[in-house]
Structure formats: structure tokens, C-alpha cells
Design a protein around this ligand. Structure first.
Ligand code: THU
Length: 139
């Protein structure tokens, strides 16, 4: 992946974070997911008074994309931190989001965790979710 595309994706994740609805935790997350064809889908965390109904930013972006017909992805960028403040830590995707991504991603899906456009780390999904449980086990 080209560096300028990575930076663009990170910038869009940081922007998507502004839409987060997080009145309970005060922790806002944004995600930007790019398909193989270059379409970008955005997501934010959406909390609920019934905490278990909360949806993470990564799954918001993934479900938006899949519901629009996308099935193949190149990369996802994620940024999170205390509401209204710049990210001070890298926000890694939670276990459920790693599993949800692995359903549609190949092992080489690029995962960018960003503090800012200039400061982000790059992983492959396989590094974050080795030995993933997949559909081949139940087919
Ligand atoms: N959250 C995400 O959006 N993505 C993650 O991968 C981890 C956690 C959200 C859920 C909740 O609204 C807040 O961060 C605190 O857990």
C-alpha cells in the first residue's frame, strides 16, 4: 500500500472519530476501511444505555461496507482516545472486531492504529489474530 493512501485512511479515521456517540465511556473511536476497489467506509463507536448494545467503530465501518455489497478489503485505520482530545495512545481493535474483520479479510489485511496522521503503526490482521477461527472449520 502506498504511503499517501495510508495517510489518507488515517486522516479519515481521525475525522470519523468526531461522529462517535460515547456518552457513557467518554472514549471515542473512529475507523476508515478501504475496499480492494478503493472505496472508503467510515465508522465510529455508538454506545447504548444498555451497554451490551454498543457497537465499536471498526464493526460500524465493516457492517456499512458489507451491507453495501463490499466483500474484499485492503486496510482499516483506527484512532481512539478520550472524547474531545487528540489520541495519546494507539487504539487497537478489540477481540470481537478482529474476529468480525477476519470473516471478510484476507490474512494480509493492513491494520493501521493511529495517534495522528504522522504517528501510526502498521500490522497485518494475522499478527493481531493468529490462529483465527474461520468458516473452513465448520463447513
Ligand atoms: N471501542 C471501539 O469502538 N473499538 C474497539 O476496538 C474497542 C472499544 C469502543 C467501544 C466503547 O464505546 C468504547 O470504545 C469503550 O470501550
Amino acid at each position: 500500500m502506498k504511503e499517501d493512501v495510508k495517510r489518507l485512511l488515517v486522516r479519515e479515521a481521525i475525522q470519523a472519530r468526531e461522529k462517535a456517540y460515547a456518552p457513557y465511556s467518554g472514549y471515542t473511536v473512529g475507523a476508515a476501511l478501504i475496499s480492494k476497489d478503493g472505496a472508503i467506509y467510515h465508522g465510529c463507536n455508538i454506545e447504548n444505555a444498555s451497554f451490551g448494545a454498543t457497537n465499536c467503530a471498526e464493526r460500524t465501518a465493516l457492517f456499512k461496507a458489507v451491507s453495501e455489497g463490499e466483500r474484499e478489503f485492503k486496510a482499516i485505520a483506527i484512532s481512539g482516545g478520550l472524547k474531545g482530545k487528540a489520541a495519546t495512545e494507539y487504539a487497537y481493535p478489540c477481540g470481537i472486531c478482529r474476529q468480525a474483520l477476519s470473516e471478510f479479510a484476507t490474512k494480509d489485511l493492513v491494520v493501521l492504529v493511529a495517534k495522528s496522521e504522522e504517528d501510526f503503526k502498521e500490522y497485518r490482521l494475522e499478527q493481531l489474530l493468529p490462529y483465527a477461527f474461520g468458516g473452513e472449520s465448520i463447513n
